[in-house]
Design a protein around this ligand. Structure first.
Ligand SMILES: Cc1ncc(COP(=O)(O)O)c(C=O)c1O
Length: 414
């Protein structure tokens, strides 16, 4: 097996920087208006790594997208086009802004949102598109940006699962008007929970920062050592603090310190996942009934997970999983249900009183969230196998062996 490059080393082990930075925070102590500025350092380093002007840390990759929608002024009566196969967060933030999620079907090969499907769903109410870089692979961004330009739409890339993924020489997340990343525990770089928004636009950066920190009048687009207004300002009883509607989506300094340590070795963390993905690919080889997520020319997939479609009627998802686990593989994940089939959507358990669909400000036909809405998604979703890529060398080897034996078993060579 040739899959493990020497450079991958024991990539999950060297955490010296994380320890050093976290210790720096602890030694500094807890203060309200001053900090060791790890959020600022993380923002600046992330912006530099992605070649953008601004980065704004948040406490999750859900909060990030909520702030993006606030910054874009999305609200009641607006429609936002999203894919049906993604973490629920992508859709829930739209509902939380009292806007209407509209689901565009997937490309059957890349499993990402299909630009042609987006085009068919544009209405005078469409205000934004959230393409998701699913499993580590960018959506087809050129046509999406063209559609956005034609119809004056905001594009928010959900790159929670796609750090350093590339699309035609550009980094995913830095192509749309704003890009959102998650630092949740399973992601390429993590601090347990957290997230970050990137953008080149100073107005969006300002709006996102307002969303993140209570709409404080003293914060701007640029990174600063702390979001708290200076003491002499905040002590004044006449101080007008809040100039915009915002939340408290701040990332703790301790978490920012750990995330900065991870960012400094992000290339290794990504390379490690790509190496594990290459291992799965090598085992699958020319097996004609397992079809991996297609990586079109000009794309670089950074493999949050390695995803494969069972492309035969003769083997069910559960049969495959049972054999794989029986051969020592880690219990494998299926893909999320299409979001619109989750009870919160199909039973419209939103804010009550008909919002957002039957809100008097919404002039479209209420969306029918039910079976048949996105046929491609409904056909492929039940057949997807998501193989984890964040294994150490020994556990990865175990998965490859289990996969090889499972394939041989179903091909009658066991
Ligand atoms: C595609 C996608 N979007 C958004 C999120 C939400 O991120 P978080 O868990 O940090 O809120 C996740 C994962 O958690 C995700 O995979």
């Amino acid at each position: 097996m040739t899959w493990w490059p020497e450079t991958a080393g024991d990539v999950d082990k060297p955490r010296a920087k994380e320890y050093e930075y976290v210790t720096e925070v602890l030694d500094y102590g807890w203060h309200n208006t001053s900090s060791p500025a790890f959020n600022m350092r993380l923002e600046q380093a992330f912006a530099e790594k992605f070649g953008v002007n601004y980065a704004i840390t948040h406490n999750s990759g859900t909060a990030t997208m909520h702030s993006c929608l606030m910054a874009a002024g999305i609200g009641p009566g607006d429609e936002v086009i999203i894919p049906p196969l993604t973490a629920a967060a992508t859709a829930l933030v739209v509902i939380h802004q009292n806007a209407v999620p509209v689901f565009a079907d997937l490309d059957p090969d890349t499993f990402n949102i299909n630009p042609e499907a987006i085009r068919e769903l544009i209405t005078p109410r469409t205000r934004a598109i959230i393409p998701v870089a699913l499993y580590g692979l960018s959506a087809d961004m050129d046509p999406i940006m063209e559609i956005a330009e034609e119809h004056d739409l905001v594009v928010i890339e959900d790159c929670a699962e796609a750090f350093l993924a590339e699309y035609k020489g550009k980094l995913a997340g830095a192509i749309g008007h704003m890009g959102s990343f998650s630092f949740q525990g399973s992601k390429h770089m993590t601090c347990g929970d957290g997230g970050i928004v990137i953008t080149d636009d100073p107005d969006y950066a300002q709006g996102v920062r307002y969303g993140m920190a209570f709409g404080y009048s003293t914060i701007g687009a640029e990174s600063a050592p702390t979001t708290a207004p200076p003491r002499e300002v905040r002590q004044d009883p006449n101080f007008a603090r809040h100039v915009a509607l915002g939340w408290n989506y701040r990332l703790a300094e301790l978490a920012a310190a750990a995330a900065l340590g991870q960012l400094e070795r992000l290339d290794d963390l990504v390379g490690w996942r790509q190496a594990v993905a290459a291992g799965y690919a090598e085992v699958i080889g020319d097996c004609d009934w397992l079809r991996p997520q297609k990586v079109p020319e000009g794309y670089v997939n950074t493999y949050w997970c390695y995803t494969v479609l069972i492309d035969t009627d003769e083997i069910t998802w559960h049969q495959f999983r049972d054999q794989y686990v029986g051969f020592g593989g880690d219990p494998i994940y299926g893909a999320w249900r299409p979001i619109y089939l989750e009870p919160v959507f199909s039973e419209e358990r939103f804010y009550g009183r008909g919002c957002p669909h039957r809100c008097p400000l919404y002039k479209g036909t209420p969306q029918q969230y039910g079976k048949g809405l996105c046929p491609v998604t409904e056909r492929i979703q039940p057949l997807l196998l998501q193989f984890r890529t964040n294994w150490d060398r020994q556990r990865a080897q175990q998965q490859f062996e289990a996969l090889g034996k499972t394939i041989a078993y179903f091909e009658g060579n066991s």
